[in-house]
Ligand binder design. Structure first.
Ligand code: ADE
Ligand code: ZN
Length: 330
């Protein structure tokens, strides 16, 4: 099974590139940029990655990315993850990034976009890996700020595959960002949003009704509403489920208690992603093998999940055909 999963042409729809910053690279970048870290060693950083909820993680996530200062740092961050993912058999990644988290620290938008776009181009040319770009807004910051950042990103609109919504979910409902997403729609941008990770099923409903999203990131709490489950099934709305993330952030106690098997049984369009692999115990392969162990899934289940992800990936028709053919051949 491990070999099957390694060679499966996996597609990751939900990845925060800042959450792929491994402690080793964090130390290297801290040294390069003359920044002091709150950890004495790589091991001490790893030991600190014990979370009791989303906010506890976000605190360390925002602290960790403080080492990212120059274009080269963003390039190194992304290439480091792309190479690692490709080594695990990943063929496509839709990458979230958080401009506000960098702008707040005085890092210009051009610096992060320059580094990420260079890495995307190189990965597509040399690694046989395709990359989607999702510019995400921090939902615990004011909506006006998100709107300003969206306008500031005008030179990059054509290069974005979607806009997203992430960070602390509780008490930051999708409706808070109605104006921002309306403007994005006017610009012809696709919209996605985190919903139903820590927040209630109603936030998923709002993301669909008010933000008109094409994808729900996480969405595991949809099971609290039969009506919503019925709708998600009818619309075949894709859910980007992140199993090891949900365990790390105590959305579930144990992977064996995870709602993934129920979501599948309900006929929902489920996919598997790593979310923040440097913080949650592993990337795409670790997430897949953990599911195989916890749920006893056979190859057919993983094929279905991979096909779901290929169908929904932000990529060209040609690349999608290529990925489907690879899946067939596997
Ligand atoms: N930002 C990075 N990871 C996140 C997650 N799991 N939920 C919300 N915002 C995030
Ligand atoms: Zn996420």
């Amino acid at each position: 099974m491990h070999e099957f999963l390694r060679n499966l042409p996996k597609v990751e729809l939900h990845l925060h590139i800042e959450g792929s910053l491994e402690p080793e690279l964090m130390f290297a970048l801290a040294q390069r940029n003359g920044i002091a870290l709150p950890y004495a060693s790589v091991q001490e950083a790893k030991d600190a990655y014990q979370f009791s909820d989303l906010q506890g993680f976000l605190n360390l996530y925002f602290q960790g990315m403080n080492v990212l200062r120059n274009e080269e740092d963003f390039y190194d961050l992304a290439m480091d993850y792309f190479k690692r993912a490709r080594g695990e058999g990943v063929m496509h990644i839709d990458m979230h990034f958080d401009p506000q988290a960098h702008l707040q620290r005085g890092v210009p938008l051009e610096v992060l976009m320059g580094g990420l776009l260079k890495a995307k181009q190189e990965a597509e040319e040399t690694l046989d890996l395709s990359i989607g770009m999702i510019m995400a807004f921090l939902r615990d910051r004011p909506a006006e700020e998100a709107l300003q950042v969206l306008e500031q990103a005008a030179p990059y609109w054509k290069l974005l595959d979607a806009i997203g919504l992430d960070s602390a979910e509780q008490n930051n409902p999708p409706i808070k960002f109605a104006e921002v997403f309306k403007r994005a729609k006017q610009l012809g941008l696709v919209c996605v949003a985190h919903a139903g990770e820590e927040g209630p099923a109603d936030y998923i409903q709002q993301a669909l009704d008010i933000l008109d999203v094409q994808r729900i990131d996480h969405g595991v709490r949809c099971l609290e509403s039969d009506e919503l489950v019925e709708r998600l099934r009818r619309e075949q709305m894709v859910l980007t489920v992140c199993p090891l993330s949900n365990v790390s952030l105590k959305v579930v106690e144990d992977l064996r208690d995870h709602p993934l098997p129920r979501l599948l049984k309900e006929g929902l369009k489920v996919t598997i992603s790593s979310d923040d692999p440097a913080y949650f115990g592993g990337g795409m392969l670790a997430n897949h093998t953990a599911c195989a162990e916890a749920f006893g899934w056979d190859e057919a289940v993983f094929r279905q999940i991979t096909q779901n992800a290929i169908e929904e990936a932000f990529t060209t028709p040609g690349r999608r055909e290529e990925l489907l053919a690879r899946l067939q051949a596997h």
